[in-house]
Design a binder for this molecule. Structure first.
Ligand code: ZN
Ligand code: FE
Ligand code: FE
Length: 287
């Protein structure tokens, strides 16, 4: 079971600090933003202590594909209304891909975007058009995240992601990041995860599943809200999330926790320990 979590990347240790943080939780994967998710301000790669981070990962038996990068939400390749947003999406996504390549990470998780005032079909076609303007190097994949369907988000059904993937010129450079909170909110029933995987396999192909975001949800299935809950404290529940974590068909896929802090403290070491042991204890989450 490869379990990781979202970690910070901040001065002075940057990525080295990110890896140290992940290791301190007992994680064997991590996910970072290369800068603030809401803006395009980025530190030069030379400052990020990339090689030190890589060395520490190697010492702990972690290959670089265990360091996952999440693209900032300001990238909205589904926006066909504001030309400047569309152009920024493409140019910034291209620099972000380059950063992932320079860091040596393998996976860039990307939200497909939101169509704002147009419609789902236009949104999907816009995403295809915009992504076909970027060039993805052979050592990186862009992993489109399954969304909750909040607002005008695109990508809340596997069928929508399949259409996007089918329209891309560099098809083999793309995959999917499946977020358990998002797909539950989108209406998928996670009670029988194998059925969900079968559906995914039928529509997209299981080989395209590159990353899992393992989160509980604060909302009932189908509510299309996207509010993450701590493992076992939401509507999906510990049993189902544990079944997903140990499912042998996804054994080689990193599962990343993006669960909220509790009383300003990271819950990850406890959530990881409970998922690894298979034993849920609500008291342990009273941080
Ligand atoms: Zn995401
Ligand atoms: Fe996610
Ligand atoms: Fe989310």
């Amino acid at each position: 079971m490869i379990l990781g979590c979202h970690v910070q990347m901040k001065a002075p240790e940057y990525l080295l600090g990110s890896v140290k943080e992940a290791l301190s939780y007992g994680a064997d994967a991590c996910m970072v933003y290369t800068g603030a998710p809401q803006n395009t301000v980025r530190k030069p790669i030379s400052l990020l202590k990339v090689r030190d981070a890589e060395k520490l990962m190697a010492e702990n038996g972690l290959p670089m594909d265990r360091m996952i990068v999440h693209a900032p939400y300001i990238i909205n390749p589904a926006n066909s209304v504001k030309q400047e947003v569309a152009e920024l999406s493409v140019s910034f996504l291209q620099t972000e891909i380059q950063r992932v390549h320079e860091i040596g990470a393998k996976h860039l998780v990307l939200h497909p975007g939101a169509y704002t005032v147009t419609d789902l079909h236009t949104g999907i076609q816009t995403i295809i058009h915009q992504l076909n303007l970027v060039d993805v190097p052979s050592d990186v994949t862009i992993d489109l995240e399954t969304m909750s369907g909040k607002g005008s988000e695109v990508g809340f059904r596997f069928e929508q992601l399949a259409v996007i993937l089918g329209g891309l010129k560099q098809k083999e450079r793309y995959g999917v990041c499946l977020d358990t909170c998002h797909i539950s909110d989108a209406g998928y029933d996670l009670t029988h995860f194998d059925d969900v995987l079968d559906e995914f396999d039928h529509i997209i192909g299981l080989a395209r599943l590159h990353v899992i975001h393992l989160n509980d949800s604060k909302n009932e299935r189908g509510m299309r809200k996207d509010r993450h809950a701590n493992i076992g404290l939401g509507t999906i529940g510990f049993e189902i999330l544990h079944q997903i974590a140990v499912n042998p068909r996804t054994g080689k896929i990193a599962k990343i926790l993006e669960t909220p802090y509790i009383n300003k403290k990271p819950p990850y070491s406890i959530e990881i320990e409970m998922l690894k042991s298979g034993k849920f204890d609500v008291k342990k989450l009273e941080l």
